[in-house]
Design a protein around this ligand. Structure first.
Ligand SMILES: O[C@H]1[C@H](O)[C@@H](O)[C@H](O)[C@@H](O)[C@H]1O
Length: 563
């Protein structure tokens, strides 16, 4: 079927009008600017206009440079995963290496110090990324990874370890915030979802590798130091290589550095014509609702700082003034909170300790199975997120998380529970308890698979919900919400297990997942295939779930018809 007839069919099927453009109902122009890209506009029954698909540049193959940049940026995800992942294995074997026996409180402090550090830098990171650029914030994060990792590797006291974890957390917070912004601002629209999921895949890979190495080093004296020390390699590598990497075109356009932006776009879209590049620059420019306050070239440091602060204040007000921005913010923050309050990270951080407490003879292997499930099902999300959309992934999986947790809660009721160090491996499960142990493993798997396919990665698509001006600050709030949730969960999980039992704890998290499912059903609009202006237009008039699904479906079908 030709582009023209597939367009005509799709438009009539979806009930959208096509606007006349001169004598033609739609214009087909080529990748070189003359005759095969589709340019037409969508309106809905309320006469709101959505963007035309005028993206001949999107027909071009992304250049190898996009892949190189993606891989290098994904080191951020890898570090995030590795640094949050190794603690589960390290805590099981650390023994008295930090000068004495660690209590549950000490373990919670060591674990949550990273989340606390990440929370702080996530909160300020958006402002930093808007002022200094995405690339420099990534480089700064690497310095924090190296300093924090170095301190922990040599730690001989609990407090050196805690401070090292805290500083490393600064890096994790910045990296978790900026990597998705960098990727989504660089990515061609039709790959945007997948590239951001690649970063989540790198997180889960980092966690899996940390678990694997942790297991391998269990019986090596001071093995946990090697485990931590290895984290210095990827961060050093990324720090050096990133110096040569470009800024994102969107950031450059925001700072009015149009020539540089065009150069980066040329690298992203190989073989793009002048016209295509100019169109893309104008399109990005149109996303900028208010230009930042920029100090002149001869400005003093003080004047520059003042200009940056004024820009920050304008954007901050804009984030709360506009109804569309408020809705976008509520969505991205809520998604991040539900991701964390699903309890997933409690498993990530403490699965070793917890499975030991309920009598598993090989707790580290169970932890590896959990991390591997997370990794494999993130690949599933990667393969389908741009095709089926974000919403189906989310609402189709949160109920599975509730189910998995509820059944685990029931099974824990029949299992022994003892968190003391002496509850070690000799108290392994036997008889009927063993059966309940298997039930736990199977349903933790169901929980992990559902989590990884949906809420484990969808919240990280947050940049696409927010327009350019407020993207830095808005994603800062969302990422900070993620780390606040992670902090609360990691600081309370062992205490909850002791106070309200594993059954009570898992039932609590199951309830939260059920609530998340209901809210997602009513309030989470589909954004796959929509460009950033569309998302903004949609949210101006409510959450518009139905309409977003219709528009997204139509745009994705159009892309598919063309590729
Ligand atoms: O998306 C990631 C991923 O799911 C990780 O496994 C988890 O530890 C992080 O907290 C989360 O943000």
């Amino acid at each position: 079927m030709s582009d023209a007839s597939s367009l005509r069919r799709l438009n009539s099927e979806q009930g959208f009008e096509m606007q006349k453009n001169g004598d033609e109902q739609f214009v087909i122009t080529s990748a070189s600017g003359s005759s095969s890209s589709i340019s037409h506009e969508f309106t809905d029954g309320n006469d709101r206009e959505y963007s035309a698909i005028n993206d001949s540049i999107e027909s071009l193959k992304p250049s190898p440079m996009v892949f190189l940049l993606t891989i290098l940026t994904c080191f951020c995800g890898f570090m995030f995963g590795y640094d949050t992942g190794y603690i589960s294995g390290a805590l099981v074997v650390i023994g008295k290496d930090l000068g004495g026996h660690l209590t549950d409180g000490d373990k919670e402090l060591i674990t949550s110090a990273t989340s606390l550090g990440a929370f702080i830098t996530a909160l300020i990171g958006g402002g930093l990324a808007d002022t200094f650029g995405r690339k420099w914030v990534i480089s700064f994060a690497n310095i924090m990874f190296i300093v924090g990792g170095g301190m922990q590797t040599g730690a001989h006291t609990k407090w050196t370890m805690i401070v090292g974890r805290f500083i490393m957390g600064w890096g994790v917070g910045l990296a978790s915030l900026v990597a998705p912004i960098y990727l989504s601002e660089l990515a061609p629209t039709r790959f945007r979802g997948r590239l951001v999921v690649l970063n989540v895949l790198a997180i889960t890979l980092g966690q899996l590798i940390a678990y694997g190495i942790g297991a391998g080093l269990t019986n090596v004296k001071n093995g946990w130091r090697i485990l931590v020390g290895l984290s210095l390699i990827p961060s050093s590598l990324q720090m050096v290589l990133f110096v040569f990497m470009p800024e994102t075109p969107r950031y450059l356009i925001l700072r009015d550095r149009l020539d540089e932006a065009r150069k980066v776009l040329t690298k992203v879209y190989q073989g793009a014509s002048e016209k295509q590049l100019n169109d893309r620059v104008s399109e990005i420019k149109s996303e900028i609702l208010a230009p930042p306050v920029v100090a002149g070239p001869n400005a003093t440091r003080k004047e520059k700082a003042k200009a940056a602060f004024q820009s920050f204040c304008i954007n901050f007000k804009e984030l709360f003034r506009s109804a569309a921005n408020r809705r976008a913010l509520s969505i991205v923050v809520a998604l991040q909170l539900f991701q964390q309050f699903s309890g997933w990270n409690a498993l990530m951080y403490y699965s070793g300790t917890m499975f030991k407490s309920v009598g598993f003879d090989d707790p580290t292997s169970v932890s590896i199975i959990i991390a591997a499930t997370n990794f494999v099902f993130t690949i599933v999300a990667f393969l389908i997120i741009d095709k089926v959309g974000r919403r189906i992934l989310l609402v189709g999986t949160m109920w599975g998380m509730s189910l998995g947790l509820i059944i685990c809660a029931i099974a824990f009721h029949y299992l022994p529970f003892d968190t003391s160090d002496s509850a070690a491996v000799q108290d392994v499960l036997s008889g009927p308890e063993q059966k309940w142990g298997i039930v736990v493993i199977v349903f933790v798997f169901v929980f992990a698979a559902s989590y990884a396919t949906g809420i484990g990665n969808v919240p990280w698509q947050q940049s696409e919900m927010l327009p350019m001006n407020v993207r830095g600050i808005g994603t800062s709030f969302a990422t900070a919400a993620n780390w606040a949730g992670s902090l609360i969960v990691s600081a309370t999980f062992l205490t909850m297990l002791n106070n309200i039992t594993p059954t009570g704890t898992f039932a609590f998290y199951a309830g939260i997942c059920a609530l998340g499912e209901v809210l997602a059903l009513f309030f989470y609009p589909e954004t796959a295939g929509l460009n950033l202006e569309d998302v903004h237009t949609l949210l101006e008039n409510g959450y518009q779930v139905k309409e977003s699904v219709r528009l997204s479906k139509q745009k994705r079908q159009l892309y598919q018809a063309r590729h």
